[in-house]
Design a protein around this ligand. Structure first.
Ligand code: PLP
Length: 257
């Protein structure tokens, strides 16, 4: 059997592979603490379960609009300051990132990814036939890309930069001022920003998360941002609709996917 060159270019998710291994070892009774897949250590909260059961009973079981239910987009818009037509609901962050890359990246386009990064970003770029450009960061810079590093990494082929704040795996969080400076570089070079803020509620020691959209409102039409989850307690695999905000022009293409 021959597979597509696109799928041959990527490797399976290292996290899911390690997670499967951890489950296998646990099933053999080997004691271990599993730091692989980022899954909460609590069950789906009762109020979520009840809402799901109620939705089934009320027959909310038919195709929803491609962009997501208007009521849901309106509710999300109220929490993050975006208009419902700027919001699209996906079935998870991984799918949302996949969709954004598929509609924006052409073969050979470069996508800047600061390292250490969440394992799937480069593979998702490869799947879109783009070229991941990895920029190493270090402890001294608190694992954050600096504006001058970003500027040096951008070439005429650069289409996008992927930022992740708070970061998986380092926990690095960009301040509003830091995002603003990175945004100025992106604006000057006319590149898209995919801001993965999936862990926006997981901040510590009084740190206040600032979204890329808040820090760089002028870049609004060049940002795709993973918007606020309603409540960190709802962060359940399979139980979370994943809202993304982005330029309405981009939405029209996303609907077609
Ligand atoms: C930074 C980051 N982005 C995206 C995802 C994917 O999230 P989802 O499970 O909603 O597809 C993960 C999951 O581990 C992640 O760590």
């Amino acid at each position: 059997m021959t597979f597509s060159k696109r799928i041959e270019a990527i490797k399976p998710s290292a996290t899911l592979k390690a997670g499967a291994k951890a489950k296998e070892l646990k099933s053999k009774g080997i004691p271990l603490i599993d730091f692989t897949v980022g899954e909460p250590d609590f069950n789906t909260p009762d109020k979520v379960k009840e809402a799901c059961k109620k939705a089934l009973d009320e027959n909310w079981t038919h195709y929803a609009p491609v962009q997501g239910l208007p009521e849901l987009r309106q509710a999300i818009g109220r929490t993050c300051g975006y208009a419902p037509e700027e919001i699209i609901i996906h079935c998870g962050a991984k799918h949302a990132i996949y969709a954004a890359l598929q509609v924006l990246i052409n073969p050979g386009d470069e996508v800047v990814i600061p390292a250490p990064y969440w394992t799937s970003y480069p593979d998702q770029v490869l799947l879109a036939e783009g070229h991941p450009v990895i920029v190493p960061t270090d402890d001294a810079a608190h694992f954050k890309i600096t504006p001058s590093q970003l500027e040096k990494a951008i070439t005429p082929k650069t289409k996008m930069v992927i930022l992740n704040t708070p970061s998986n795996p380092t926990g690095a969080c960009y301040s509003g001022e830091e995002l603003k400076k990175l945004g100025e570089v992106c604006a000057a070079k006319n590149v898209w920003v995919l801001s993965d803020e999936i862990y926006d509620k997981l901040t510590y020691d009084g740190f206040q998360h600032v979204s890329f959209g808040q820090a760089c409102p002028a870049l609004r039409d060049k940002i795709i941002q993973r918007a606020d989850r309603q409540d960190a307690d709802f962060t359940q695999p399979g139980a979370d609709d994943d809202p993304h905000v982005c330029a309405t022009g981009l939405h029209r293409r996303l609907f077609g996917l």
